[in-house]
Structures are given as C-alpha cells and as structure tokens.
Design a protein. Structure first.
Length: 459
C-alpha cells in the first residue's frame, strides 16, 4: 500500500483481527479501544479475511488513506472504522473539523476547566452530546495550554495482586476533603472497596468517628454480607493503646476497641495496615473520588449531606462501579450470610457494663435510666447489666439476652454546690486574720513561753 507498511497476512490472522462491520464490536467501548490499541501497536495495517478488506488503525495512516483515496482505495470504496452512525472527526474537512474542536475547547473552558481529559471527554459525551476521543481532547488541551501532564517520581513499590474472591478482603478508610467546595463545611467520606473487584460503597459523615465506621460497615454488611477480612489503618477507632487488664493477661488476649470487639463477634478478621501504601487500593480510589465525585456534586448542585448520600445511593455508586469495577479471578462470592437471629445493631454499638442502683436506675454519662418494675424479678440492685449505645445514638439495656425497656429518670445534680456570692469587702488572699482574743492567739503565747529559757534555783 504505497508508503504504508502492510502487516503479513498470516501474522494478521494470528492476531485475531476483529470484525469491524459487526455492530456488536462497538458495544463495549473499553474492549473496542483495547482491541484497536493492540492493532495499532502490533498490526497497524491488517487484512480482514472475513470481510475481504484492509484494516488501517494508526491515525497518520488513516489520514493518508483518506487524503489519497485514488492511490489506496479500490473501486469498491472504503469506510472509516468507527461506531455505526458516528460522525467521526477524522473524515471531516475544515471548517467543520475546526468548529467541533473549538466547541469542545470552549465547553472545556466554560464547564470543565479543572477536569482531566478522560473525565472531560465522558462529560462532553454524556451531558453535551459531543463525542470526542480522550486522545484528541488531550492533544487539543495541550495545544491550548489548558492541561499539562503530571509526571511524578516515586519510590518503587510492587503492587500486590488482587484477591481471588469477591468479599475475601475489603479495605475501609475515611477521606477528609472539601467535598462540597465551600458550599458547606468539610466532611468525611467513609469508603469501602472490595479488593477483588474494585467495587465500592461510600457514605458521607461529619467526622471519622466510631459511629461513622460502625454505620458504614453495617450498611455494607446489609447490602453484601460479611466479608472475610477488613483492612483498616491504625486510627484509635480500630487500634487500642491501653494496657491489658488482669483478665486479658490471664487469657492471653490483646486489648481491643469497640470496633475490634464487634468484628470478632461477627467472625470478620480485622487487619491493621502498617503504612498508607499498604492499603493503596482504597487510597487510590479516594483520589479518584476527590476528583470525580466533587465535580459530580457540583454539576448536580448538591450542597448538603442528606442529598449527597441520596445521590451516592441512587446514582453515583452504580455508575462508578460499572465504569471501574473489575471481573474477579473466581466467580465465588466469599461474603458470609448474616444470620436472621444476629442483632447487628447491638453488635455494632458501644457496649459497657453498668451497676443497677438501689432505685433500679442505671447511670450512663450523667443520665439515669429507670428500669421497669417487672425487671425486679431477674435484676436486683448491685447486679451488672449491659448498656449499648448504637451508631444512631439509641440506648438499649440488656441483662444477658433479655432486653429491658427504660425511661429517663429525673436528672440529679452531679455538679458541686455553688456557694452564694460574698457580700462585703474582698478578703486577703492569705485568709481572714483572727481576732485579738481568739483562742489560737493564746495557744501561740503559751507555746512561745515554753520556748524561753527557765532558770531553776535549788534551796
């Protein structure tokens, strides 16, 4: 083909040239781009035996074929290999090509100035009905000085292979960020990512607290089941720094946090990461979310947490997982079922023992919880009960497996009694001086007299 190098026919057949005339080839965009990339790299001009035509995939070659069709094209004609019905820009001449390029660049300046080329191309196609390839948009933005490549040198690290099964390992982390770009205060996005598939669950909270971790994990479990392992950082929510008690030492048991105790009861292994790089998968997805989710919230005009969580559940998470999810090595789902008799809310709560007072009240953080009269059959003053504070701040009281209703008792004044303000001149910082006839003064004179020397004369 004149100045274009032709791939050997046998080699091209071994490369499994796709059927460019099959509409199904264009259904999976990612698979299509990967197939074309392989052809451009190894077989830029390949023979399609089924359709009896040559496939030209490199941009420079395509431009040359279309510019010199009298040389390269037979009497049967040619067609550009793009999705059926797509009005591709390579086949367009000026001024139409320049108009579409100008439209894409202008829209980028107006709406997507802080977007990368990949996300900008997706938004142009989805929201502005302008289909532009990522490579073309990247080239235009570089030419206009609107985007620069970021090249980072980092310490070499070997990426850990993904786990084999869905639910075998889940990583969880809180991402602190200005998610609403000043439209409200900062928030924390609790993110859980499956190691095998890269699919995520996420929810906004005011801060990365124990309650936030409990609620996020509980919601994940109700949707997917119990993962085998949960990988987290070394925050105080997950790692206990206290000294072991005598009972723990006797049982050779390490101190654990409320969250660690909950996972032990659920049979989920808690793994503490030794460095941020060790949980790199969730750290990387946090960076992606800080780009894509922030801009999605901006486009949707969302400025409060309730609407943001609804947006995550109803739209964003499904689209994100479809876009970035991977197929696991094994189709086996390693999530364990949550048994019907498991009280997940009780397990994922702050649980502490409390002593029943003589009036059948239980004290909890300066609140007095009154047990009902029927509890006296099994609960006596001095006995221990368990108080559970759930992630939603609801309080529950248990004696063994028996749960007791309670009402708020009258508040007792636990603060020290305040003295009434003193009327009169201010006192000395050394205290009040005793009167002249005070007994203390006489005692001091007696002691002073004993200290003086005494002369004894014998007769």
């Amino acid at each position: 083909m004149a100045d274009i190098t032709v791939t050997d026919t046998a080699t091209a057949s071994a490369a499994a040239v796709p059927d460019f005339l099959d509409p199904g080839f264009y259904v999976d965009i990612d698979a299509m781009h990967e197939a074309l990339r392989q052809l451009r790299q190894h077989h830029p001009v390949a023979w399609d035996e089924k359709n009896r035509l040559w496939g030209v995939t490199r941009h420079a070659d395509v431009v040359e074929v279309e510019r010199r069709d009298d040389v390269f094209v037979s009497g049967q004609g040619y067609r550009s290999f793009f999705a059926p019905g797509e009005d591709n820009m390579i086949a367009q001449d000026d001024p139409r090509h320049s108009q579409q390029r100008k439209q894409a660049v202008d829209l980028y300046r107006e709406k997507y100035a802080d977007y990368g080329p990949t996300l900008a191309a997706e938004c142009l196609a989805a929201e502005d009905a302008l289909s532009v390839s990522v490579s073309s948009l990247r080239r235009w933005l570089l030419g206009e000085g609107l985007w620069t490549r970021e090249r980072r040198r980092a310490k070499h690290r070997q990426r850990r292979p993904r786990r084999q099964f869905l639910g075998e390992l889940v990583q969880m982390d809180g991402s602190h960020h200005d998610w609403f770009e000043g439209r409200r205060g900062w928030a924390v996005l609790m993110v859980l990512i499956d190691d095998a598939t890269g699919t995520i669950y996420a929810r906004f909270f005011e801060a990365e607290t124990l309650e936030a971790a409990q609620e996020a994990f509980g919601r994940y479990v109700r949707q997917h089941g119990l993962p085998r392992s949960l990988y987290v950082d070394q925050a105080g929510i997950y790692r206990s720094d206290r000294e072991p008690t005598a009972a723990e030492l006797a049982c050779d048991k390490r101190p654990e946090t409320q969250f660690g105790r909950a996972l032990r009861e659920l049979g989920v292994e808690l793994i503490l990461a030794r460095s941020p790089q060790a949980k790199g998968r969730v750290e990387r997805v946090n960076g992606t979310l800080q780009d894509r989710l922030v801009k999605a919230l901006r486009r949707a005009g969302i400025d409060d947490m309730v609407a943001a969580n609804a947006f995550l559940e109803e739209k964003f998470l499904a689209e994100f997982n479809t876009r970035f999810g991977k197929v696991p090595t094994s189709r086996t789902d390693a999530h364990g079922p949550l048994a019907a008799n498991v009280d997940l809310d009780r397990i994922l709560s702050v649980r502490e023992p409390r002593t029943v007072q003589h009036d059948w009240t239980v004290r909890w953080h300066n609140r007095f919880l009154q047990l009902p009269a029927e509890s006296a059959r099994t609960v006596q003053p001095g006995q221990k009960v368990e108080v559970c504070q759930q992630a939603d701040r609801r309080l529950r009281i248990f004696s063994g497996q028996q749960e007791w209703a309670w009402v708020e008792a009258g508040m007792r004044s636990l603060a020290p009694r305040k003295r009434p303000p003193r009327v009169g001149p201010p006192r000395s910082s050394q205290g009040q001086r005793p009167a002249a006839n005070h007994p203390w003064r006489g005692r001091r004179r007696s002691i002073a007299a004993l200290e003086e020397p005494v002369l004894v004369v014998s007769g």
